[in-house]
Ligand binder design. Structure first.
Ligand code: ATP
Ligand code: LTN
Length: 337
Protein backbone atom coordinates (compact mmCIF):
# COMPACT_ATOMS: atom_id res chain seq x y z
CA UNK A 1 0.00 0.00 0.00
CA UNK A 2 1.43 3.44 -0.94
CA UNK A 3 1.94 6.04 1.81
CA UNK A 4 -0.94 8.46 1.19
CA UNK A 5 -0.57 10.72 4.24
CA UNK A 6 0.76 13.77 2.37
CA UNK A 7 -1.07 13.15 -0.86
CA UNK A 8 -4.06 15.07 -2.17
CA UNK A 9 -7.22 13.01 -2.08
CA UNK A 10 -9.14 12.43 -5.31
CA UNK A 11 -12.74 11.28 -5.70
CA UNK A 12 -14.56 10.53 -8.94
CA UNK A 13 -17.19 8.23 -10.37
CA UNK A 14 -19.02 7.03 -13.46
CA UNK A 15 -22.66 5.92 -13.63
CA UNK A 16 -23.30 2.33 -14.73
CA UNK A 17 -26.16 3.69 -16.82
CA UNK A 18 -24.97 2.36 -20.18
CA UNK A 19 -21.93 1.27 -22.15
CA UNK A 20 -18.80 3.26 -21.34
CA UNK A 21 -17.53 5.23 -24.32
CA UNK A 22 -14.55 7.20 -25.57
CA UNK A 23 -15.82 10.37 -23.84
CA UNK A 24 -15.82 8.61 -20.44
CA UNK A 25 -12.36 7.29 -21.19
CA UNK A 26 -10.58 10.47 -22.27
CA UNK A 27 -12.69 12.87 -20.17
CA UNK A 28 -12.36 10.87 -16.95
CA UNK A 29 -10.73 7.42 -16.75
CA UNK A 30 -7.50 8.14 -18.64
CA UNK A 31 -6.80 11.16 -16.42
CA UNK A 32 -7.53 9.15 -13.24
CA UNK A 33 -5.00 6.53 -14.33
CA UNK A 34 -2.32 9.12 -15.19
CA UNK A 35 -2.57 10.81 -11.77
CA UNK A 36 -3.02 7.68 -9.72
CA UNK A 37 0.57 7.33 -8.48
CA UNK A 38 0.75 10.59 -6.59
CA UNK A 39 -2.78 10.86 -5.22
CA UNK A 40 -4.92 9.14 -2.58
CA UNK A 41 -7.64 7.88 -4.89
CA UNK A 42 -11.29 6.91 -4.47
CA UNK A 43 -13.00 5.73 -7.65
CA UNK A 44 -16.63 4.82 -7.29
CA UNK A 45 -19.21 3.16 -9.54
CA UNK A 46 -22.12 5.48 -8.82
CA UNK A 47 -25.07 3.10 -9.12
CA UNK A 48 -27.39 5.24 -6.96
CA UNK A 49 -26.98 8.05 -9.48
CA UNK A 50 -27.90 5.66 -12.28
CA UNK A 51 -31.30 5.14 -10.60
CA UNK A 52 -32.28 8.74 -11.37
CA UNK A 53 -33.36 7.47 -14.79
CA UNK A 54 -35.30 4.27 -15.44
CA UNK A 55 -33.12 1.13 -15.32
CA UNK A 56 -33.70 -2.55 -15.92
CA UNK A 57 -32.66 -4.08 -12.54
CA UNK A 58 -30.79 -7.11 -13.97
CA UNK A 59 -29.02 -4.98 -16.55
CA UNK A 60 -28.04 -2.43 -13.91
CA UNK A 61 -26.45 -5.15 -11.76
CA UNK A 62 -24.53 -6.52 -14.78
CA UNK A 63 -23.37 -3.09 -15.88
CA UNK A 64 -22.22 -2.21 -12.37
CA UNK A 65 -19.80 -5.13 -12.42
CA UNK A 66 -18.77 -4.44 -16.02
CA UNK A 67 -18.05 -0.80 -15.19
CA UNK A 68 -15.84 -1.87 -12.28
CA UNK A 69 -14.02 -4.32 -14.57
CA UNK A 70 -13.45 -1.52 -17.07
CA UNK A 71 -11.96 0.75 -14.39
CA UNK A 72 -9.36 -1.95 -13.71
CA UNK A 73 -8.88 -2.81 -17.39
CA UNK A 74 -8.20 0.86 -18.19
CA UNK A 75 -5.39 0.85 -15.63
CA UNK A 76 -6.88 1.69 -12.23
CA UNK A 77 -4.73 -0.28 -9.81
CA UNK A 78 -6.66 -1.46 -6.74
CA UNK A 79 -3.44 -1.34 -4.71
CA UNK A 80 -3.13 2.40 -5.35
CA UNK A 81 -6.82 3.29 -5.58
CA UNK A 82 -9.89 2.41 -3.58
CA UNK A 83 -12.47 1.07 -6.06
CA UNK A 84 -15.99 0.51 -4.76
CA UNK A 85 -19.71 0.60 -5.45
CA UNK A 86 -21.62 3.62 -4.15
CA UNK A 87 -24.64 1.66 -2.84
CA UNK A 88 -22.31 -0.57 -0.76
CA UNK A 89 -21.48 2.40 1.46
CA UNK A 90 -24.76 3.63 2.96
CA UNK A 91 -23.09 6.79 4.29
CA UNK A 92 -23.48 8.38 0.82
CA UNK A 93 -27.29 8.25 0.90
CA UNK A 94 -27.43 9.26 4.55
CA UNK A 95 -25.21 12.31 4.09
CA UNK A 96 -27.21 13.22 1.01
CA UNK A 97 -30.26 13.60 3.27
CA UNK A 98 -28.35 15.72 5.79
CA UNK A 99 -27.03 17.98 3.00
CA UNK A 100 -30.54 18.24 1.50
CA UNK A 101 -31.49 19.99 4.70
CA UNK A 102 -29.02 22.85 4.08
CA UNK A 103 -29.29 23.09 0.26
CA UNK A 104 -31.62 25.74 -1.18
CA UNK A 105 -33.96 24.37 -3.86
CA UNK A 106 -33.02 27.24 -6.19
CA UNK A 107 -29.42 25.97 -6.35
CA UNK A 108 -30.67 22.66 -7.75
CA UNK A 109 -33.21 24.14 -10.14
CA UNK A 110 -30.55 26.09 -11.96
CA UNK A 111 -28.33 23.06 -12.77
CA UNK A 112 -28.12 22.84 -16.57
CA UNK A 113 -28.05 19.03 -16.63
CA UNK A 114 -31.28 18.93 -14.61
CA UNK A 115 -32.89 21.49 -16.92
CA UNK A 116 -31.83 19.56 -20.06
CA UNK A 117 -32.79 16.13 -18.77
CA UNK A 118 -36.12 17.26 -17.29
CA UNK A 119 -37.10 18.85 -20.62
CA UNK A 120 -36.70 15.44 -22.23
CA UNK A 121 -38.97 13.54 -19.81
CA UNK A 122 -42.64 13.91 -18.96
CA UNK A 123 -42.35 12.66 -15.40
CA UNK A 124 -39.57 14.39 -13.51
CA UNK A 125 -38.36 12.36 -10.54
CA UNK A 126 -37.23 13.99 -7.29
CA UNK A 127 -33.98 11.99 -7.59
CA UNK A 128 -33.07 13.79 -10.81
CA UNK A 129 -33.28 17.16 -9.08
CA UNK A 130 -31.42 15.89 -6.02
CA UNK A 131 -28.68 14.19 -8.07
CA UNK A 132 -26.05 16.92 -7.42
CA UNK A 133 -26.59 16.75 -3.64
CA UNK A 134 -25.80 13.02 -3.68
CA UNK A 135 -22.77 13.85 -5.81
CA UNK A 136 -21.71 16.51 -3.26
CA UNK A 137 -22.08 13.91 -0.49
CA UNK A 138 -19.92 11.44 -2.49
CA UNK A 139 -17.12 13.95 -2.71
CA UNK A 140 -17.12 15.80 0.59
CA UNK A 141 -17.51 12.85 2.99
CA UNK A 142 -14.03 11.77 1.91
CA UNK A 143 -12.61 15.30 2.23
CA UNK A 144 -11.56 15.01 -1.42
CA UNK A 145 -9.39 17.89 -2.66
CA UNK A 146 -9.72 17.12 -6.36
CA UNK A 147 -12.53 15.83 -8.57
CA UNK A 148 -11.35 14.87 -12.08
CA UNK A 149 -14.34 14.99 -14.44
CA UNK A 150 -15.34 15.99 -17.97
CA UNK A 151 -16.48 19.55 -18.70
CA UNK A 152 -20.19 18.64 -18.31
CA UNK A 153 -19.74 17.92 -14.59
CA UNK A 154 -17.98 21.18 -13.67
CA UNK A 155 -21.19 22.86 -12.52
CA UNK A 156 -21.99 19.93 -10.21
CA UNK A 157 -18.54 20.04 -8.60
CA UNK A 158 -18.97 23.79 -8.11
CA UNK A 159 -22.26 23.09 -6.36
CA UNK A 160 -20.46 20.59 -4.10
CA UNK A 161 -18.06 23.42 -3.22
CA UNK A 162 -20.99 25.73 -2.39
CA UNK A 163 -22.61 23.06 -0.20
CA UNK A 164 -19.35 22.33 1.65
CA UNK A 165 -18.78 26.05 2.26
CA UNK A 166 -22.34 26.56 3.46
CA UNK A 167 -22.06 23.64 5.90
CA UNK A 168 -18.71 24.96 7.19
CA UNK A 169 -20.24 28.42 7.70
CA UNK A 170 -23.26 27.13 9.60
CA UNK A 171 -21.67 24.36 11.69
CA UNK A 172 -17.96 25.23 11.74
CA UNK A 173 -15.03 23.92 9.70
CA UNK A 174 -15.94 20.33 8.70
CA UNK A 175 -15.39 19.64 5.01
CA UNK A 176 -12.52 20.22 2.60
CA UNK A 177 -13.79 22.42 -0.26
CA UNK A 178 -13.13 20.35 -3.43
CA UNK A 179 -11.76 21.59 -6.78
CA UNK A 180 -12.91 20.35 -10.19
CA UNK A 181 -10.02 19.06 -12.32
CA UNK A 182 -10.83 19.23 -16.02
CA UNK A 183 -8.30 18.12 -18.61
CA UNK A 184 -7.42 20.59 -21.37
CA UNK A 185 -8.10 18.13 -24.17
CA UNK A 186 -10.73 15.44 -24.26
CA UNK A 187 -12.89 17.20 -21.68
CA UNK A 188 -15.77 17.20 -24.15
CA UNK A 189 -15.77 14.52 -26.83
CA UNK A 190 -18.66 15.12 -29.22
CA UNK A 191 -20.97 12.59 -30.87
CA UNK A 192 -19.55 11.16 -34.11
CA UNK A 193 -22.97 11.35 -35.77
CA UNK A 194 -23.66 14.86 -34.48
CA UNK A 195 -20.75 16.98 -33.30
CA UNK A 196 -23.07 19.53 -31.66
CA UNK A 197 -23.94 17.19 -28.78
CA UNK A 198 -21.56 15.50 -26.35
CA UNK A 199 -20.91 11.79 -26.73
CA UNK A 200 -23.00 10.16 -24.00
CA UNK A 201 -24.20 6.78 -22.73
CA UNK A 202 -27.74 7.99 -23.08
CA UNK A 203 -27.32 8.21 -26.88
CA UNK A 204 -24.81 5.39 -27.31
CA UNK A 205 -27.49 3.08 -28.72
CA UNK A 206 -27.93 5.40 -31.71
CA UNK A 207 -25.92 3.97 -34.60
CA UNK A 208 -22.65 5.83 -35.14
CA UNK A 209 -23.01 8.14 -32.12
CA UNK A 210 -20.38 6.72 -29.76
CA UNK A 211 -17.31 4.55 -29.78
CA UNK A 212 -17.90 2.16 -26.91
CA UNK A 213 -14.82 0.91 -25.08
CA UNK A 214 -15.80 -2.69 -25.82
CA UNK A 215 -16.68 -2.24 -29.51
CA UNK A 216 -14.72 -4.57 -31.78
CA UNK A 217 -12.25 -3.03 -34.27
CA UNK A 218 -14.62 -3.44 -37.23
CA UNK A 219 -17.39 -1.60 -35.39
CA UNK A 220 -14.99 1.19 -34.39
CA UNK A 221 -13.85 1.55 -37.98
CA UNK A 222 -17.47 1.73 -39.16
CA UNK A 223 -18.37 4.39 -36.57
CA UNK A 224 -15.46 6.59 -37.64
CA UNK A 225 -16.22 6.05 -41.35
CA UNK A 226 -19.74 7.37 -40.75
CA UNK A 227 -18.56 10.36 -38.65
CA UNK A 228 -19.87 13.75 -39.75
CA UNK A 229 -17.34 16.16 -41.32
CA UNK A 230 -17.82 19.21 -43.59
CA UNK A 231 -17.13 20.39 -47.11
CA UNK A 232 -13.99 22.48 -46.40
CA UNK A 233 -11.65 19.55 -46.95
CA UNK A 234 -9.08 21.10 -44.66
CA UNK A 235 -7.55 19.14 -41.76
CA UNK A 236 -6.88 21.63 -38.96
CA UNK A 237 -8.23 22.53 -35.53
CA UNK A 238 -10.98 25.13 -35.57
CA UNK A 239 -13.63 26.73 -33.31
CA UNK A 240 -16.00 27.11 -36.24
CA UNK A 241 -19.21 25.20 -35.42
CA UNK A 242 -19.47 24.11 -39.06
CA UNK A 243 -16.15 22.30 -38.64
CA UNK A 244 -17.01 20.72 -35.27
CA UNK A 245 -16.91 17.17 -36.71
CA UNK A 246 -13.33 17.40 -38.00
CA UNK A 247 -12.28 19.27 -34.87
CA UNK A 248 -13.69 16.43 -32.78
CA UNK A 249 -11.76 13.80 -34.77
CA UNK A 250 -8.53 15.78 -34.38
CA UNK A 251 -9.22 16.24 -30.66
CA UNK A 252 -9.63 12.49 -30.20
CA UNK A 253 -6.39 11.83 -32.10
CA UNK A 254 -4.59 14.49 -30.04
CA UNK A 255 -5.64 13.15 -26.65
CA UNK A 256 -4.94 9.52 -27.52
CA UNK A 257 -1.49 10.18 -29.04
CA UNK A 258 -0.55 12.85 -26.47
CA UNK A 259 0.68 15.15 -29.27
CA UNK A 260 0.40 18.95 -29.43
CA UNK A 261 -2.01 20.68 -31.83
CA UNK A 262 0.77 21.66 -34.20
CA UNK A 263 2.23 18.13 -34.20
CA UNK A 264 -1.23 16.77 -34.97
CA UNK A 265 -1.77 19.19 -37.85
CA UNK A 266 1.68 18.30 -39.17
CA UNK A 267 0.80 14.58 -39.10
CA UNK A 268 -2.12 15.30 -41.44
CA UNK A 269 -0.41 17.97 -43.58
CA UNK A 270 -0.06 15.94 -46.75
CA UNK A 271 -3.20 13.93 -46.37
CA UNK A 272 -5.83 14.04 -49.07
CA UNK A 273 -9.41 13.93 -47.92
CA UNK A 274 -11.32 13.20 -44.74
CA UNK A 275 -11.54 9.46 -45.55
CA UNK A 276 -7.86 8.94 -44.62
CA UNK A 277 -8.23 11.14 -41.54
CA UNK A 278 -11.05 8.90 -40.32
CA UNK A 279 -9.01 5.74 -40.99
CA UNK A 280 -5.99 7.03 -39.07
CA UNK A 281 -8.03 8.21 -36.08
CA UNK A 282 -9.87 4.87 -36.02
CA UNK A 283 -6.51 3.04 -36.02
CA UNK A 284 -5.10 4.91 -33.01
CA UNK A 285 -8.34 4.37 -31.09
CA UNK A 286 -8.40 0.65 -31.94
CA UNK A 287 -4.78 0.26 -30.77
CA UNK A 288 -5.47 2.21 -27.56
CA UNK A 289 -8.49 0.04 -26.75
CA UNK A 290 -7.00 -3.34 -27.74
CA UNK A 291 -5.08 -4.01 -24.47
CA UNK A 292 -8.00 -2.66 -22.44
CA UNK A 293 -10.40 -5.07 -24.13
CA UNK A 294 -8.01 -7.99 -23.59
CA UNK A 295 -7.58 -7.16 -19.91
CA UNK A 296 -11.34 -6.71 -19.52
CA UNK A 297 -11.96 -10.21 -20.90
CA UNK A 298 -9.44 -11.68 -18.43
CA UNK A 299 -11.03 -9.86 -15.47
CA UNK A 300 -14.55 -10.95 -16.38
CA UNK A 301 -13.29 -14.50 -16.68
CA UNK A 302 -12.39 -14.55 -13.02
CA UNK A 303 -15.02 -12.37 -11.39
CA UNK A 304 -14.08 -13.72 -7.93
CA UNK A 305 -11.03 -11.47 -7.92
CA UNK A 306 -13.14 -8.48 -8.97
CA UNK A 307 -15.67 -9.17 -6.20
CA UNK A 308 -12.82 -9.22 -3.69
CA UNK A 309 -11.48 -5.87 -4.92
CA UNK A 310 -14.94 -4.30 -4.62
CA UNK A 311 -15.62 -5.75 -1.16
CA UNK A 312 -12.24 -4.54 0.14
CA UNK A 313 -12.78 -1.13 -1.48
CA UNK A 314 -16.26 -0.84 0.06
CA UNK A 315 -14.91 -1.69 3.50
CA UNK A 316 -12.16 0.92 3.32
CA UNK A 317 -14.55 3.59 1.99
CA UNK A 318 -17.10 2.81 4.73
CA UNK A 319 -14.49 3.11 7.46
CA UNK A 320 -13.34 6.55 6.31
CA UNK A 321 -16.76 7.98 5.53
CA UNK A 322 -18.40 6.69 8.75
CA UNK A 323 -16.13 8.76 10.94
CA UNK A 324 -17.05 11.86 8.90
CA UNK A 325 -20.73 10.97 9.18
CA UNK A 326 -20.54 10.84 13.00
CA UNK A 327 -18.96 14.29 13.07
CA UNK A 328 -21.61 15.73 10.73
CA UNK A 329 -24.53 14.19 12.66
CA UNK A 330 -23.18 15.49 15.96
CA UNK A 331 -22.66 19.00 14.61
CA UNK A 332 -26.20 19.06 13.21
CA UNK A 333 -27.63 18.15 16.60
CA UNK A 334 -28.51 14.48 16.20
CA UNK A 335 -28.46 12.52 19.45
CA UNK A 336 -25.87 9.81 19.81
CA UNK A 337 -26.47 7.42 22.75
P1 ATP B 1 -25.23 9.55 -19.26
O1 ATP B 1 -25.47 9.60 -20.74
O2 ATP B 1 -25.77 8.34 -18.58
O3 ATP B 1 -25.51 10.86 -18.57
P2 ATP B 1 -22.40 10.00 -19.60
O4 ATP B 1 -21.88 9.27 -20.75
O5 ATP B 1 -22.60 11.47 -19.71
O6 ATP B 1 -23.69 9.29 -19.08
P3 ATP B 1 -21.36 9.94 -16.87
O7 ATP B 1 -21.44 8.70 -16.08
O8 ATP B 1 -22.40 10.99 -16.60
O9 ATP B 1 -21.40 9.64 -18.43
O10 ATP B 1 -19.93 10.56 -16.79
C1 ATP B 1 -18.77 9.90 -16.31
C2 ATP B 1 -17.56 10.79 -16.54
O11 ATP B 1 -17.30 10.88 -17.94
C3 ATP B 1 -17.76 12.23 -16.06
O12 ATP B 1 -16.54 12.71 -15.52
C4 ATP B 1 -18.12 12.97 -17.30
O13 ATP B 1 -17.80 14.35 -17.23
C5 ATP B 1 -17.25 12.26 -18.33
N1 ATP B 1 -17.82 12.37 -19.66
C6 ATP B 1 -19.02 11.91 -20.06
N2 ATP B 1 -19.22 12.17 -21.36
C7 ATP B 1 -18.09 12.81 -21.80
C8 ATP B 1 -17.69 13.33 -23.07
N3 ATP B 1 -18.46 13.23 -24.13
N4 ATP B 1 -16.48 13.92 -23.15
C9 ATP B 1 -15.67 14.01 -22.08
N5 ATP B 1 -16.00 13.54 -20.85
C10 ATP B 1 -17.19 12.94 -20.71
N1 LTN C 1 -22.51 12.94 -11.83
C1 LTN C 1 -21.31 12.34 -12.33
C2 LTN C 1 -21.02 11.01 -11.69
C3 LTN C 1 -20.67 11.23 -10.28
C4 LTN C 1 -19.47 11.80 -9.81
C5 LTN C 1 -19.59 11.80 -8.40
C6 LTN C 1 -18.34 12.33 -10.44
C7 LTN C 1 -21.43 10.91 -9.21
N2 LTN C 1 -20.78 11.24 -8.08
C8 LTN C 1 -18.60 12.35 -7.60
C9 LTN C 1 -17.35 12.86 -9.62
C10 LTN C 1 -17.49 12.87 -8.22
C11 LTN C 1 -21.39 12.15 -13.79
O1 LTN C 1 -20.40 12.01 -14.37
N3 LTN C 1 -22.52 12.13 -14.38
Amino acid sequence: MPDTINMKRVFSGIQPSGDLHLGNYVGALKGWVNQQNNRDNFFCIVDLHALTVKQNPDELRDRTLQTAALYIACGIDPIKSCVFIQSHVSVHAEVCWLLNCITPLGWLERMTQYKDKSLRTDSILAGLLDYPVLMAADIIIYDAHEVPVGEDQKQHVELARDIAQRFNRIYGETFVVPEPVISKTGARVMGLNDATIKMSKEHSKIRGHAVRLLDDPKEIERSFKRAVTDSYNEIRFSDDTERAGVNNLLGIYKVITGKTESQVEKDFENLKGYGSLKTIVAEVVIEELRPIQEKYARIMNDSGELHRILLDGGEKAAEISESKLSEVKYKMGLLNL
